[in-house]
Design a protein around this ligand. Structure first.
Ligand code: F6P
Length: 323
């Protein structure tokens, strides 16, 4: 391969820039030209791409967001859209791709490879950590740390006012951020989409806490929990706990921003280099990951379809600490 391109796609995640830097520097080290595609698949369709130099990725390892910008493209979901993307890659002489993104981005990459045969290697970048084939995804550690620092602050005010706080963290389909930030923040309850906790159980645990003379409580809710979001759950709780002073805090997109943690910078750099070296060594339709501290490649098919389970010992811990 003489020329390859890198793009970021889907929700951004802290550490994506460190990954782009590793891909670019790795390609240049191996004597390959590297292009950056802006706005993910949308930019691929429009031909929004240019050559990157080693200097273009200077001073970005510590920055949140993505210098290549990100987007979710409706057009790429159509065959015509993907054909346009293929033609624009051909026009620019691009022979292989590195996709930094989550499951939606890898689903697109897999279809694109199957239709047009362009080799693609992925690097998992999403704060949700919901991708099989890697113990952690780029951005997850930073997002958990951001959530913890917010939860610690909420605890202070909850304690001063004897309040129950429902704190909503991100995780449309997964409870990874919720379970880890909940444990670190000493939450009384953690609600995640992976388990079926009932509203009765929530009320029961909060009442038990009160009987044990707890004056304040914290419930961490993953946004995709089956009972509902934090606002809805707090509303239900108010009906059952009429003398309780209940508040809600939604952490939202602050979890997606900020400087990546040391762990995320290392992980992103390892995965970026492993992705580009994999591509140059003939790998395709796979994602670079790190499992048990070993660099591994997992077919996109498995990365997007195999469910990564939440550690049961983490879930159990919350129950035990609050029984
Ligand atoms: O990056 C993943 C994620 O944070 C989900 O947890 C969340 O539901 C979603 O992105 C929201 O993304 P957006 O606001 O960009 O659509």
């Amino acid at each position: 391969m003489k020329r390859v391109a890198v793009y970021t796609s889907g929700g951004d995640a802290p550490g994506m820039n460190a990954c782009i830097r590793a891909v670019v520097r790795g390609a240049i080290y191996h004597g390959v030209e590297i292009y950056g595609i802006r706005y993910g698949y949308a930019g691929m369709i429009k031909g929004d791409m240019k050559q990157l130099s080693s200097h273009s990725v200077s001073n970005i390892i510590q920055k949140g967001g993505t210098i290549l910008k990100s987007a979710r493209s409706e057009e790429f979901m159509t065959k015509e859209g993907r054909k346009k993307a293929y033609e624009s890659l051909k026009e620019h002489g691009i022979e292989g791709l590195i996709c930094i993104g989550g499951d939606g981005s890898f689903t697109g990459a897999k279809i694109f490879y199957e239709e047009f045969g362009i080799p693609i290697v992925g690097a998992p970048g999403t704060i949700d950590n919901d991708i099989y084939g890697t113990d952690f995804t780029i951005g997850f550690d930073t997002a958990v740390n951001t959530a913890i620092s917010a939860i610690d602050k909420i605890r202070d005010t909850a304690d001063s006012h004897d309040r129950i706080f429902f704190v909503e963290v991100m995780g449309r389909d997964s409870g990874y951020i919720a379970i880890r930030s909940g444990i670190c923040g000493g939450a009384e309850i953690v609600l995640v989409p992976e388990t079926n906790t009932t509203m009765e159980e929530v009320i029961e645990t909060l009442k038990k806490g009160k009987n044990r003379s707890k004056t304040s409580s914290l419930v961490v809710v993953a946004e995709g929990d089956e009972i509902g979001g934090a606002i809805e759950i707090a509303e239900m709780a108010r009906k059952h706990l009429q003398d309780a002073d209940i508040r809600v805090a939604t952490l939202g997109h602050i979890q997606r921003g900020g400087a990546p943690s040391a762990k995320d910078r290392i992980l992103a750099s390892r995965m970026g280099l492993s992705a580009i070296e994999g591509l140059l060594n003939g790998r395709k339709n796979v994602m670079a990951g790190v499992m048990k501290d070993e660099l591994v490649y997992t077919p996109f098919e498995h990365a997007i379809t195999i469910e990564k389970t939440l550690s049961p010992d983490l879930l159990r811990m919350v129950d035990i600490f609050n029984s």
